[in-house]
Structure formats: structure tokens, C-alpha cells
Design a protein around this ligand. Sequence first.
Ligand code: SF4
Length: 684
Amino acid sequence: MKTRPLKIALGDLRHDTTGRHSTGMPIGIAYIASYLLARVDPMDVEIRFYDSPHVIIEDIRNWKPSVIGLSSFCWNSDVSHLVFKFAKKILPKVICIAGGPEFPDDHEDCKKYLLERPGIDFFVCLEGEIAFTQLLQKILIGKEASHLKSEPQDGIMAINPNTRELVVGEPIPRLMALDEIPSPYLTGLMDQWFDGCHTPSLETTRGCPFSCGFCFAGRPWFNNLNEFSTERIRAELTYIAKRMTNYTNIPLSICDANYGMFARDEEVAEHIRFLQDTYGWPRAIEVTTGKANYDRILRIASRLRNQMQVTCSLQSLNPKTLKVIRRNNIPLDEYKEIQLEIKRRGMMSVAELIAPLPEETKESFFSGVKAVAEAGVERIIPYTTMTLKQTYIASKECRRNYGMETKFRIIPHGFGEYLGEKCFETEEVCVATNTMPFEDYLECRGFAFISSLFTSEQFDVIHRHIKELKLNAYDYLYQLWESVKSKPTELAKIYEGFIQETKNELWNSKDDIYQYFTNQESYEKLLSGELGDNLLRKYSTEVSLRWFTHAIEMAYSTLRRIGGKAITSDVQRSLDAAREWMIKTRDIGFAGINADFIKSVEYLPLSYDVLGWYNEGADSAHLTAYERPVHYKYSYHTDQIEALMNNAERLYGKDLFFQMGKIIENQNIRTFWRGCELILDITK
Ligand code: SF4
């Protein structure tokens, strides 16, 4: 029998060397703990939770847990293993249990994975609650780890210490009634995370009815949808909201695969709206919206004051690609209708694309962007294909059939130094296929960068011009891309830097990454931010903070060039006024950095009432109809910016550039826009 209580350390570790990769409360390990506590005598166990590698290392030294359970995602599997190794060194009898999607599919690869990581005793596969609890129940009655590893444990893999062979337990069916996991919020298990440094996270459902071949949740095992009860979710959300009144800028994160798609989601949304009205939280909701039932999703978004971004993901528009990745997009006509509806509701439409996917070519990718832009999508977000473990895309068959060439890169901000050892999280990405050579991938990525940058919310006024002047959104982006590439401007330097780093961030193997960055001089490049960031975020932030006026000038000159006869002298004058107004209101360069500057007030006369036009929304008359001399006063929302920046340091760390990048990426960038007030309509 083990000493009681059994000390259990559970961690979902995140590097925070130069800003935290993820700010979510570690709900996954809390569900596991909660399920366990309901099935053992709570007096028999003492559980502590961790998200910081430094803190768990200290506790391993001082508190000396008997069991350590750590999650294994692509952003923390290496640091988790480093912690396991350390624990084994100083506590030889400690039992180390890993679990999560960062684990191979093929049994030969699983064996290799575990043999290379002797710090892991057990790897819990798929849903963790039942398998972890059953294992702990056996440990609690005194079974030895070496014995447990030599015979199959349900839902778990291990290496038999005697034979060095892989021991595979029977798969455990999924938990159907999720309320069997008591709420970790309502039982107080999550209380330590209400510190203003973490985003409350919860699941309302588990599973996904779709089968996308690039996604872990696309496996048939996840196809059924299981729910937590509405009553329980309501109670959890209320519990959270009451504790977030001092941190109202911190968003709520709903970790479902398809929020908004199901009838029950409306009930949850209704309750969130009640909390918004009652407690002023949440002001933003991080969520992945569903891939169908957009009428419902839009209704929900409106109910939530449009503080939930609706993403109409397509990933590819090439039918051959979609067949390979087992994905059915909604028909383009329907998609266009949805975009119109999104705009009618004053929201921003967003689409994600991935490249290179099997069967995609440079031409099909560009025509995909064209279709998306012409459908009215305002924000296009491109991703490089990740070959996530346990997905079809990562299978040997897929790699072979489509000539997938992969490389490795560091996960943004996923590195640190612990116990004198440098540690790097890496991901494998596809950068070429038998239909898209590497050079074409670079072109696609370059075009995608420009599309993503110039379709961001910062350029919302330009989207209005394009629509109003009946210009082609794709032509605009394509011409913009050509201009950026061909003209010797600051933007061209940034573009070149982006392409160069897109090449330089790739390595042939994980070992190569370790070899290069373990050297202190190279490691300094990660610490300084010169390398190791998310490139789309890094370079977009660079433009938004330092070269925004240049970007606006280029956007307007491109409008002029593609506008042809639509740009009469009247229109040109109105566009000049709008450009001035945009520079005054949208340039956020100083907003987050200079505390005095955000208190400044400026005035600007214009010969067009751009504010009046803007406020009328998408159904306004043409901007030229607003010709009248006006005088505007511009000032920042100082209190809101200060509150946002205070939270930003707690959430993302001290690096201001990183903070701003994360805010631009995840939060409401409009907070930084300068407010504009009409103080004098000179015609009156
Ligand atoms: S990408 Fe989204 S829709 Fe597709 S399987 Fe994954 S979670 Fe489901």
C-alpha cells in the first residue's frame, strides 16, 4: 500500500520564456482530476495542478509527488518529458503518466516513441478520464508500476520492462454522459487559476461529426457528439463570470470543435448574454465555430453582441484536395449568401485556408483565394499544413501517395531552459507535394501573407471602398501583392523578411533544431525574438505598429490603379479624405506603447463626412454623397487601452511587441482605434 494521501502532480505545461503560448486555464487536467476524485476516497489523494515548468520542477524537489501526469500536445511534449526525466532522477519510484494527441498512431512508432522517452511509464491514449482513473485505482491498492506495465491496461500503452516490447491495452469507449465528470469549476478545483493571468476555458460538447484528414478530431472515434448538460454549463459559466468581474477584458474560451452549430448552443449563448448584461463579462469569446447551420451560428453571434468571431473555414476549394482530406465544404453559392448575411449583421467574415494540401497546385490555391475573396470574405487566414500525429495527413500512405515533403520548425515561443537544459517544442509541417513544389509553396505563402495582412480588420474602410466602387476584391489583393514585391519600399523589405524567414525557420529534423539552438549564440536569437515566432503574426504586427501609414498609402494607390473609370475626380477626392481619416483613426502604432500619447487629442478638418459615411454601415450612400466640410476631434479610449494593456502583460508576458501581436490576433483591436467625434459641421 502506498503512503496516504497519494501525492499527484497534474500539469498542462506551457513555456513562458518570451511570452506564453497559451493562456487558457488547464481544463483538460482538471476534468481528469475531477473524474478521479469522484471515484476514489478523496482522503486518499492530494492533487496539485501546474502550468509552469518552473513551478512543477520546484514542487518535485520539495513536495515529492508519487505520481506525475502531464499532457502531451505539440506545444509541450518536450518540456513534459524533460520534467518526467528530472522527476525519475530524483524520485526513482515516481510514476510518470503522459496523455494527449502528441503520440503516434502506428504501434511500431508508438514503441519507438516510448523507448526514446524512458521517463514515461504509461501513455494514456485518446480520452483520458477513465483510463487514468482506473490506473490510479490500481496504484492506490498498491500495485507496482513495473507489474502494471507488463500487462495490458485499458486505454494505455507502456513498454514492458522485462521484454522491452510495447504493451497495448484495450481501447476504452468514449464517455457518453459527460456529466459523469463533476465540474472542476463548481467543486473549486479551478479556483487557483482566477488570477487575471488565465483565460477561463470549458467544453460544452466533445466530438465532431466531420472527418477532416488533417485534424485529430476528424478520427472516426470522435464522430459522435457528447454533451455536458445545459444546467451544468449554465452553473459553471455563472461561477466563472462572478470571478471575472475584475478581469473583464479576458475572454472566455469554449473548447468545442463546432460551437454554434447545434440547437443547444443557443441556450448556452442566451446564458452568456445574460452574464454579459449582469457581470460585464465575457467581452470576447474565443471559439471555433461550426461548419454548418450558419443561420444559427450567426444568430448566436448577434446574441453575443458580435463578440464571437464567425469563421467560415474552407481549408481548400480544390475538389480533388477536398476528396483526399475527406472534407465537404458547403456549396459556394450558399457560402456567398452567408457572407452577405455576416455583413448585413455588421460582422467581419473570416475564412481559413491551408497549403500545401494533397492535390493542391499553385493555380488551384490562387483560384481558391479568388473564390473566397469574390464571395465577400473580408479576412483570409492562411496556415501551413501541419502533419499532426494520428491524422490521415500524417500517415505513411498519405505522405507516399502525394509526395509530401515535410520539415520541422519551432512552435512559436515554445522553448525554454530548465535545469540547465534547453528545450524546444517542434512541429512537422508540409512544405511541398507532388503537385506543389517548394517554390510554389513560397509564392502561395507570400500571397497569403499579403492577403491576410490587407484583409485584417485594420483595413475595414478599404473593404467598404471595394464594395462601394464595385471593384474586384481578388484583383485588389493580387495587384497589392505585385506592388509589394516589385517596389523598393519598407513593405517590400518586410515581405522579403517574411519569405526569407519562412525558408529559414525550416529544419530537416527535430535533432537539427536541437543542435543549432542549443548553442547559446543561436538561442539568443530566440530570446530576442529574431527567430522562433509565428511569422504571420510577427510580420503583420511589424506593419501594424511601425509601417501602417505606408500600408494605407499602398492600399489606396492600388485602389486607384485597379479602379479605372470608377475613380473619377470626385471619387478620388473622397478617397483622399477617407485615407486621411484612416491614418488618424486606425494607426495603432503608439496606442499600446506610449502612455502619454494615448492621452493626446487631435483635430482634423476634412471636406467629406467620412465618419457619417462609416457609421451608416454597409448600406450607406456613396462616400461622394457625404461631401461637406467637417471638423473632427480624435482621442483614444484611454481607460480601455490601459485596462487591456494591464491584462496583456499578465496574459502574454513582458514583451510589448508580442503582447500587441497577441492582442491584434485574439482581442478586440478596435479598442486601440482613435475615437472620432464630429465637433463642427461647417455647412451648418
Ligand atoms: S477541422 Fe474542425 S470540422 Fe474538421 S474534423 Fe477537425 S474539428 Fe471537425
